[in-house]
Design a protein around this ligand. Structure first.
Ligand SMILES: [Cu+2]
Length: 281
């Protein structure tokens, strides 16, 4: 029943379009039950992604409605019962030019803003601070070279240790902490296998490849907690290496850096940590 599915799809699209910005379905920094849209944006890049998504959805909705209308017309007007002697018309120059030119125009008006969006994501602006995120089987490790060069491991919080308000499978013991409204450059690499660093509300997703340093950036515009997960199938505990980012004021960040320098002063090199992880399994 393709017609039924098309009608359902159009109803779903219409519902998505009519939802006000940041409606109850979308959470900031984490998914919510029954969410169908994207997570609420927490960075300029994600603002852009959400805008592009809505923009393209208008085209999809219009095209789907148009095709549905054509199908209904054909089924009603040209079935064997109401139209027993079909005409043998084949070519129509005007229609053929239109169905070539209009799709080309549609593709161009979609391509232009998506290229702009892509350049915005891929050109890191001058950074206020750099953090290196390393994917290790199975946790993330963060280095703060600009703030005293300390480093620490970030491991999933087991269910039994969850504190009230901590989301399951997304919370960690030591989260990445960044200041609000600052451009954070994230250098991403993998220690052993390919992982991927992703935080949906920041519009960030980038591969963590051993032996390569990938670069991405975000500017968190609201304080709070932002969660993501490793987004590359990396092995048995792929689902259990979440990413948690806490965005704080500049003063809180400075205080955290001082505390973190002492707390993580005795941490070893990535190789030592990873070897310890591997031998502990
Ligand atoms: Cu992974």
């Amino acid at each position: 029943m393709p017609v039924f599915f098309r009608i359902t799809a159009i109803a779903a699209l219409a519902a998505a379009l009519l939802m006000p910005e940041g409606a109850a379905f979308a959470g900031l920094g984490q998914p919510t039950p029954w969410q169908i849209g994207l997570q609420e944006p927490g960075s300029p890049v994600m603002d852009d992604v959400v805008w592009l998504h809505t923009y393209v959805l208008w085209f999809i909705t219009a095209i789907t409605a148009f095709i549905l209308a054509l199908l209904v017309i054909v089924m009603v007007k040209f079935n064997a019962k109401s139209h027993p002697t079909p005409s043998r018309t084949t070519h129509n120059t005007l229609v053929e030019v239109l169905w070539t030119v209009i799709p080309v125009v549609i593709l161009v008006v979609i391509a232009l803003p998506s290229f702009r969006s892509l350049f915005f994501q891929l050109n890191t602006p001058p950074a206020d601070l750099t953090i290196k995120a390393t994917g290790v089987t199975w946790n993330w490790k963060y280095d703060y070279p600009d703030n005293g060069d300390f480093e620490f491991d970030s491991l999933i919080q087991p269910d039994k240790d969850l504190k009230p308000g901590q989301p399951r499978l997304l919370s960690v013991d030591n989260e990445m902490v960044v200041p609000v409204n600052k451009v954070v450059r994230v250098l991403v690499t993998g220690f052993d296998v390919i992982h991927a660093f992703a935080v949906p509300s920041f519009g960030v997703k980038i591969d963590a490849i051993p032996g390569r340093l990938n670069e991405t950036w975000f500017k968190a515009t609201k304080e709070g907690w932002y969660y993501g997960q490793c987004s590359e199938l990396c092995g048995k505990d792929h689902a259990f290496m979440p990413i948690a980012v806490r965005v704080v004021s500049e003063a809180e960040f400075a205080a955290w850096v001082e505390a973190a320098k002492k707390k993580f002063a005795s941490n070893g090199t990535p190789a030592n940590i990873a070897t310890a992880n591997l031998s502990a399994q």
